[in-house]
Design a protein around this ligand. Structure first.
Ligand code: SF4
Length: 241
């Protein structure tokens, strides 16, 4: 969806002002929603499993699938590595695309066993860029999944971006709607202190805001805590007057 036309609304902030805006938006969202403490999981491994399972589905489905894996004693590196794909698929049915996701989980765990003695800490011990490349080399792990694993399970300071991030800052006039994943990530990391806690919280706040206030259709601008800075809101409220 083209929220703003290519040129209209993009404010061309300089780096310093863009950084200020990123921090301001964070503070406003945090004040409004409070801490989210995302990602909900008992272990770092459970976060990795959740990051793979959440592709294309909402979190409630993931919770059910993880619960099933726990009940069947499969929620461990060796549990998934040793299980047959069809058994894993049966347990994660609520997460949809279960055959593919079962294979992804098994491949991820086989990799951990073969390259890292089944130890996640060993995977995360290297530099962020190297761990990211390694994750991206695995079948079925794209940038958003790799970065979620890195940030929430590995506690590496990488910013996870997604469609909510794209929509929000497009509407605020920061970037155009055809910006790439890497461009969004680079600009956010450049504009913010490189802190794991901040990156974890900021991503979660953007998702909460995108699901509850800044929806794709009919955003609830009237109750939005950052409306005073929003180009989309300005353009649309002017249209109403
Ligand atoms: S004012 Fe409206 S369009 Fe702008 S960020 Fe808030 S909800 Fe989204």
């Amino acid at each position: 969806v083209n929220y703003l036309s290519r040129k209209q609304g993009v404010t061309n902030l300089n780096e310093k002002d863009e950084a200020k805006l990123f921090r301001y938006v964070y503070q406003k969202l945090y004040n409004h929603f409070g801490p989210s403490n995302w990602w909900p999981a008992d272990t770092a491994f459970e976060i990795c499993v959740g990051a793979i399972l959440t592709q294309g589905v909402n979190w409630l489905n993931v919770e059910k699938a993880i619960e099933n894996l726990k009940k069947e004693g499969l929620l461990s590196v060796y549990g998934l590595n040793n299980a047959e794909v069809k058994v894993i698929a049966g347990a994660i049915k609520p997460a949809l695309y279960y055959n593919q996701k079962a294979r992804k989980l098994k491949d991820f765990c086989s990799h951990l066993v073969q390259e890292h003695h089944g130890d996640l800490k060993d995977l995360f011990a290297k530099d962020s860029g190297l761990v990211r490349s390694e994750l991206l080399s695995l079948w079925g792990i794209g940038k958003e999944t790799a970065d979620s694993i890195l940030l929430y399970a590995g506690e590496h300071a990488v910013f996870v971006v997604d469609n909510y991030t794209k929509r929000l800052f497009n509407r605020l006039g920061v970037w155009q709607e055809d910006i790439s994943y890497d461009q969004m990530q680079t600009r956010l990391i450049k504009g913010l202190p490189e802190e794991v806690d901040l990156f974890q919280e900021y991503h979660a706040l953007i998702v909460i805001h995108g699901k509850n206030i800044c929806m794709a259709n009919k955003p609830k601008c009237d109750i939005c805590p950052i409306k005073e800075f929003c180009v989309y809101h300005k353009i649309h409220s002017e249209g109403k007057n």
